[in-house]
Design a protein around this ligand. Structure first.
Ligand code: JET
Length: 243
């Protein structure tokens, strides 16, 4: 069975700061979890250490600033999390490492990942994870290094939360109204048109007349024009992509 036909999607997160993810269990995704659409589990990397100090980092070979995440705890974590796949699955898990050195995560990436049965997010910290972990992970599943954009975070946790929120809301049943998924920025490659609500006059600022006209054809044309104009001025790169 696939995600689209109603089986739960399994998402595992490995982090040295598991409490970062408490917010995900609230809100939109919290409901999906309680209704069995999503099976989200956040695990502490230190649970796969065996020394007294639960060490996850060490100094870099070749020298340099900062610390590197040791491979052994990651190897044991990946072994455990990939040894139990969802019962409906013949599919290999998708193993995601948020990284400023990855490919850019877009709405298209979110759509692709929302159809997978088992996602594992590995949150790096310090100067990164020992490179051999990515090679080993490739023997267990499909590895994706994914970047939120061209800036550096202190660790993969915030990037993982953003990605899970973007992916999670595309899983059937997680967002109430499927139309609200189609009608939004990036789903059609354009930015959204501006929205207004009551009152029609607020602090001397009027809602555009066309929206009060009741002429639905005219409203649709106006909204499309607004989308194109906004995209042209704010995000011309999106228009280049489409042509
Ligand atoms: C990021 C994601 O900064 C980002 O990712 C977090 C991060 C920071 C430091 C190390 C790290 O380890 C992963 C790794 O990758 C090769 O070793 C991850 C910025 N945009 N998107």
């Amino acid at each position: 069975m696939t995600a689209g036909t109603g089986a739960a999607v399994r998402i595992d997160v490995v982090s040295i700061f598991p409490t970062y993810f408490d917010g995900l269990t609230l809100s939109l995704l919290g409901k999906a979890q309680s209704t069995g659409i999503l099976d989200l589990s956040v695990r502490d990397l230190r649970d796969w250490t065996s020394d007294r100090h639960r060490t996850v980092d060490d100094t870099p070979y070749g020298g340099g600033a900062g610390m590197v995440m040791k491979p052994e705890p990651w190897g044991l974590a990946l072994d455990e999390l990939t040894s139990t796949t969802p019962p409906h699955s013949g599919e290999r898990p998708t193993i995601i490492f948020p990284s400023p050195a990855g490919e850019v995560f877009t709405q298209a990436t979110a759509r692709d990942l929302s159809t997978r049965e088992h996602l594992i997010f590995g949150c790096g910290r310090y100067e990164g994870i020992d490179e051999r972990v990515f090679e080993y992970a490739s023997s267990l599943g499909e590895v994706r290094l994914l970047s939120l954009g061209d800036y550096v975070l202190n660790g993969g946790e915030v990037a993982t939360m953003a990605m899970i929120e973007a992916i999670g809301r595309l899983i059937p049943g997680v967002v109430g109204n499927p139309e609200s998924l189609v009608e939004e920025s990036h789903e059609d490659g354009l930015l959204e048109y501006p929205s207004y609500t009551k009152p029609s006059m607020w602090r001397d600022r009027a809602v555009p007349d066309v929206l009060l006209s009741g002429n639905h054809k005219l409203i649709a044309t106006w909204r499309r024009d607004q989308q194109l104009e906004r995209t042209r001025t704010r995000r011309p790169d999106l228009l280049d992509d489409a042509s």
